[in-house]
Ligand binder design. Structure first.
Ligand SMILES: [Zn+2]
Length: 324
């Protein structure tokens, strides 16, 4: 177990890049709360405002206030969730691309995040990185973790900005160079965890909402989990943050079917996959900041001109390796 004393991570900074408001509360939220409790600063970037999200909570579906201005409602929900998690928050300012549905798929809406030139979105994120100066960043894997165009673009922009932020010749008007030292993909909803949840619920005689997911696990590429952050004591905070996104979360939905004491017993961590690191990664880590010296030394490292990649876990393009 990592040190959980209040100052163990004082001065360290984590930047979590997400696509929509609510993603920060469903992926890595308990780990975020754990780092805040240990004295780190955690900043969430929402690339879009979630303007094209549907109201998923049956009880709020016909609420006229919500229907009139969903964008403002989602800003208010995000502020409430950030307060619950104790995190800082930045809007990157791009427009939700929506989840295209139908066959054939309709074109993406003009001006949306997924259609913005990559140089424009990268510069916006580089500006946030150089201002907040994170030692560690998290984002989604190359599949987005979920096939939404904004999630896949969030991955693309995060990779591009991570590599550009430390290069003083790249986007020179976006602030002084700062190289985050480690980059991870969120793997909170890994196949292993879903299967463990399903099996535990079946063993307890509880109806599992995961049957279809479990059947589809073998079709998903195998991920390399490198890091498991113990954070079960912060699961209630995660749940409260998620509930703050009231329009997006059905309180009677599958998310809350898993009894929380069973969840804490079966899977007490939130998990990550190291993608790029300038310090060695020795899996399985229990801390996203593993291998970094104290904050002052990490600061010096992040502005050093002599960094070399020590770990490269980026998936090779076109990899379709499947579980057997
Ligand atoms: Zn999302």
């Amino acid at each position: 177990m990592p040190s959980t004393d209040q100052a163990s991570h004082a001065g360290l900074r984590l930047l979590a890049v997400h696509a929509h408001p609510d993603d920060e509360s469903s992926k890595g939220a308990a780990a975020s709360a754990a780092y805040v409790a240990r004295g780190a600063r955690v900043c969430v970037v929402s690339c879009t405002g979630g303007e094209r999200g549907d109201v998923l909570n049956e009880r709020l579906k016909d609420d006229p206030h919500i229907l009139r201005d969903i964008a403002q409602v989602r800003r208010d929900e995000m502020a409430a969730a950030a307060a619950v998690l104790g995190i800082e928050h930045v809007w990157l300012g791009f427009m939700d691309s929506g989840l295209p549905e139908g066959d054939p798929l309709p074109p993406l809406p003009e001006g949306c995040f997924a259609l913005e030139p990559i140089s424009v979105t990268t510069e916006a994120l580089v500006r946030v990185i150089r201002s907040f100066r994170p030692h560690v960043m998290t984002t989604y894997d190359e599949l987005g973790g979920y096939p939404h165009p904004d999630h896949i673009m969030t991955h693309t922009v995060s990779m591009s900005a991570f590599l550009a932020a430390g290069d003083p010749t790249a986007y020179p008007h976006a602030g002084p160079a700062w190289q985050p030292l480690k980059l991870y993909y969120n793997q909170t909803h890994s196949g292993g965890r879903i299967r463990a949840f399903h099996d535990a619920m079946v063993a307890e005689g509880i109806e599992s909402p995961y049957t279809e997911w479990v059947a589809a696990i073998d079709k998903r590429p195998v991920r390399t989990i490198t890091t498991r952050v113990p954070c079960s004591e912060h699961f209630p905070t995660r749940d409260a943050a998620l509930m703050a996104h009231a329009t997006q979360v059905d309180p009677d939905g599958w998310w809350f079917r898993m009894p929380r004491e069973l969840e804490a017993r079966v899977w007490p961590t939130e998990d990550f996959e190291a993608a790029l690191s300038y310090v060695p990664v020795h899996a399985i880590e229990d801390d996203l900041f593993a291998g970094l010296p104290d904050a002052a030394a990490a600061d010096a490292l992040a502005t050093s001109a002599h960094l070399t990649v020590a770990y490269d876990g980026r998936a090779h393009a076109g990899s379709t390796q499947e579980a057997s």
